[in-house]
Design a protein. Structure first.
Length: 253
């Protein structure tokens, strides 16, 4: 019995939950819809209450009606008079050559004059523009020609310098080593070697290494490890003083 009651209670709870879920889903689906307007559909005819309801304006005072009627007649008479005046004025202007056709002809003539004046102004502007463009073109050509002239002078100077360098190289090539004078140059180098090593002191004096001898004289040294170490001084080699070297530098500059 208790199990039956519990099952019945559970079924009720499930049914209530499902009903809430379904109603919530329906409500969610209807939230996006526009609410319809209140009243009957437009296809139905209006009711007798609306169809046979006549709105009667309230009665006005007789003196107000007479005043408004008089003002209406006065306004209409004024409008008619103005129309007659305008018609007479138009007829008079037409008789004196000042009608609509005359105004159209005057406007056309004025338009033609303005067109001619505009053309003259355009021609003047065009001539001025052509003059400015020609002057600008001449100036541009002059600048370009000046740049070309400067570049040609620069290239000519470079060409002359290169020619001088080639000439000096050709002159120096007489002492270059080639196949013909190879043996001779080797013998000259052995006989008169060139030494570029030197020492310098604090005063700026240079002490050059003495010229080596072709054949070793005297007893050879026993110190083989430092054979080429030499201490340069005033007693050996050639010395160049600092003052003389400074004068030589000034002369070179």
């Amino acid at each position: 019995m208790l199990g039956t009651r519990l099952s019945t209670t559970g079924r009720c709870l499930l049914a209530a939950t499902s009903h809430v879920e379904v109603s919530g889903g329906i409500q969610k689906r209807q939230m996006g819809r526009r609410q319809p307007k209140q009243g009957k559909p437009p296809i139905l005819p209006p009711s007798k209450k609306v169809l046979y309801h006549v709105v009667h304006a309230p009665w006005q005072k007789p003196e107000d009606v007479e005043e408004l009627l008089w003002r209406r007649h006065a306004y209409n008479n004024a409008v008619v008079s103005l129309r007659e005046v305008f018609r007479a004025e138009i007829a008079q202007n037409a008789s004196h050559g000042q009608g609509i056709e005359a105004m159209k002809e005057a406007e056309a003539l004025e338009f033609d004059e303005l067109i001619l004046e505009n053309q003259k102004r355009n021609e003047t502007k065009r001539a001025d523009r052509e003059l400015r463009e020609s002057e600008a073109t001449k100036e541009t050509k002059r600048v370009i020609l000046d740049e070309i002239h400067v570049e040609l002078e620069k290239r000519n100077l470079e060409k002359k310098a290169a020619e001088e360098e080639v000439k000096r190289a050709i002159e120096r090539s007489s002492g270059f080593v080639n196949r013909e004078n190879l043996e001779k140059k080797i013998l000259e180098a052995l006989e008169t070697p060139t030494i570029y090593d030197f020492a310098i002191d604090r005063a700026g004096n240079k002490y050059f290494v003495p010229q080596p001898v072709k054949y070793q004289e005297g007893t050879p040294t026993r110190q083989k490890g430092r054979l080429y170490d030499q201490t340069l001084g005033t007693q050996m080699g050639m010395m160049e003083e600092a003052a003389a070297s400074g004068e030589n530098r000034q002369m070179e500059q």
